[in-house]
Design a protein around this ligand. Structure first.
Ligand code: HEM
Length: 246
């Protein structure tokens, strides 16, 4: 805390800790859980894409270990799927409002002082000038002809906002979504409830949340690998003998 205060010049007292932690949790919980709801929904809506995710993860990771962050560069389809979920759903359609503090202009359009500004992320993610058939869910749009991730195009997806106040959790979120998607694809088969086919309808709010849906989940293999990996992480997290605990 003292170091931070020295660097920023902003007084940082203990009273600030609780609201800052609450802000970070508040900003991350709703957004990430909404992203996960959409990922599962799109996996059951398009079972052939769920299979393609499983195929890529199996080919790169194999069946003898769990996926890890280091696998990311070799899983372009998984990343393409995640970017397409963010683009297609645009589940944070408008950014948090800010206001201009002085007269200014954007692309030649005058914007007076004290104007409230939102960025319409949904319209940027569905602009037909950038996206071919934007209303289709198609992760392949993010892959080049040789199957690599098209970084120019992934950079055009807007969901973490822009400018100084853009989301601070962008990189962390992408890592979490990657791990979640690969682990689910590696370990599970997910099916919709046949009596209630998945609907793409959603509720409006700061985030667009899909309506509740029912799924059935089965393990692709048995529990052996999960037990082994769990045993390993328990051993790894134990302090060395004689180390001070508590
Ligand atoms: C997929 C997940 C996420 C999405 C789509 C998302 C999106 C956004 C958006 C659109 C903003 C508003 C930026 C603006 O004011 O223009 C924002 C702000 C913010 N986000 Fe995220 N976010 C996500 C995850 C997270 C996570 C995991 C964290 C924390 C670790 C986080 C922390 C924050 C904070 C602290 C702000 C306020 C930044 C500021 O006002 O300067 N977000 N986020």
């Amino acid at each position: 805390m003292d170091n931070l205060q020295d660097r920023s010049g902003v007084p940082l007292e203990k009273d600030f800790v609780t609201p800052i932690v609450a802000d970070v949790f508040g900003a991350s919980q709703d957004t990430l859980s909404t992203a996960l709801h959409w990922i599962i929904l799109l996996m059951i809506k398009f079972p052939e894409l769920q299979q393609r995710l499983q195929k890529e993860v199996d080919a790169v990771v194999g069946r003898d270990r769990l996926p890890a962050l280091e696998d990311q560069p070799r899983l372009p389809y998984v990343m393409a799927f995640i970017y397409e979920v963010m683009r297609f759903t645009s589940f944070v359609p408008l950014t948090i409002p800010h206001a201009t503090t002085a007269d200014t202009s954007i692309s030649g359009f005058p914007v007076p002082k004290n104007t409230v500004i939102f960025i319409n992320q949904w319209s940027i993610n569905h602009d037909p000038k950038t996206w071919d058939r934007p209303e289709d869910f198609n992760p392949l749009r993010f892959l080049t002809e040789d199957g690599a991730l098209n970084k120019d195009l992934t950079g055009s997806v807007l969901i973490f906002s822009l400018g100084k106040r853009r989301c601070i959790g962008e990189e962390l979120s992408k890592l979490e979504l990657f791990l979640f998607t690969t682990l689910i694809a590696h370990q599970c088969n997910i099916h919709p409830d046949p009596s209630k086919p998945p609907s793409m309808d959603y509720n409006y709010g700061l985030t667009l949340k899909p309506h509740d849906y029912h799924i059935s989940v089965s393990l692709r293999d048995n529990m052996e690998l999960l037990r082994r990996e769990r045993g390993r992480s328990v051993v790894e997290s134990k302090p060395p003998r004689g180390a001070h605990e508590g």
